[in-house]
Ligand binder design. Structure first.
Ligand code: 7PM
Length: 276
């Protein structure tokens, strides 16, 4: 399996790690001073050294209850960091975590070759912006909007509903001129799902794998791990690795994580088992 990311072809014959680079003011990032750009570049380089094949840059917090960010603010956060990563010749695919068409355009122009959209290109103009680029697209499922999505998520059959949704988004992409070799699917763990619903999805991940496209999972430090272990976000690594291992054994190709070194080691063991 391969994913076309601009001029690159990302080899997914073995699972790969996507490292999270937050450039929101609530992280270490203070909004575009040299100090924080340097810090962001150093963090990205460290993640690549630890084994990340993709660096996912996000300038808008998607956490439940988070407030929206303006296009200008989001671009001012992410574009200088992408420019700096290109300048140092980062040996990884740069992914832009956004739902806004203008941020997609500017990020791709700066060097991003993957668009990670938690809204699956449903915002007005997003499909067109993605189609005009040659970037890979991650289509993620979310029920509701970040502000209210965890209030009372309901499904008749969660796995089937999400599989149908993702299938429809793939068809919309193909109609817009985005070929299948550029598309990855993500069930969106934690985005409008209860703990139990998240575990159902993980258990039934094979349903998404069977769609024949690369599957990306974001399980790192999520509340579904915290709920089982009753621990805070900074104590969820081991539980997250267990969940990611299960996802990869079911066929997931891309694992989004805050903890690249530990995740890359766990995936190396998964790969060894799967190729035995
Ligand atoms: C608070 C709650 C802060 C949740 C951050 C988050 C995913 C993603 C995120 C995912 C894809 C996090 C999330 N999660 N993109 N962006 N898939 N494709 O844990 O699961 O980082 S934000």
């Amino acid at each position: 399996m391969k994913l076309t990311c601009g001029s690159r072809s990302l080899d997914l014959s073995q699972p790969v790690v996507m490292g999270v680079l937050n450039v929101t003011p609530d992280s270490f990032f203070d909004g575009g001073r040299y100090f924080s750009i340097d810090t962001a570049v150093a963090h990205a380089q460290a993640m690549v050294t630890e084994g990340a094949a993709i660096i996912d840059i996000g300038g808008e917090s998607t956490r439940p209850g988070a407030l929206p960010v303006s296009v200008e603010d989001e671009c001012q956060r992410v574009v200088p960091v992408i420019n700096a990563l290109m300048l140092v010749g980062l040996d990884a695919v740069i992914s832009i975590d956004t739902s806004k068409p203008e941020v997609m355009r500017q990020a791709v122009a700066a060097g991003a070759s993957m668009i990670n959209d938690v809204c699956a290109l449903q915002q007005p103009g997003a499909m067109e912006a993605a189609a005009e680029s040659d970037a890979a697209i991650c289509l993620m499922h979310m029920q509701g909007e970040p502000q209210k999505m965890q209030d009372d998520p309901r499904y008749k059959n969660i796995t089937e509903e999400i599989a149908v949704f993702l299938h429809q988004r793939v068809e919309a992409c193909e109609q817009a001129g985005i070929s299948r070799d550029r598309i990855a699917l993500d069930p969106g763990f934690g985005f409008g799902k209860t703990v139990e619903q998240n575990y159902t999805l993980l258990r039934q991940l094979n349903v998404f794998i069977e769609q024949g496209l690369p599957v990306l999972v974001g399980l790192s430090r999520k509340s579904m791990i915290g709920a089982v272990l009753d621990v805070d976000v900074d104590q969820r690594l081991h539980g997250s690795l267990a969940a990611m291992t299960i996802a990869v054994m079911a066929g997931a190709s891309i694992v989004r994580t805050h903890d690249v070194c530990a995740t890359a080691e766990a995936l190396a063991v998964c790969s060894a088992v799967m190729s035995a």
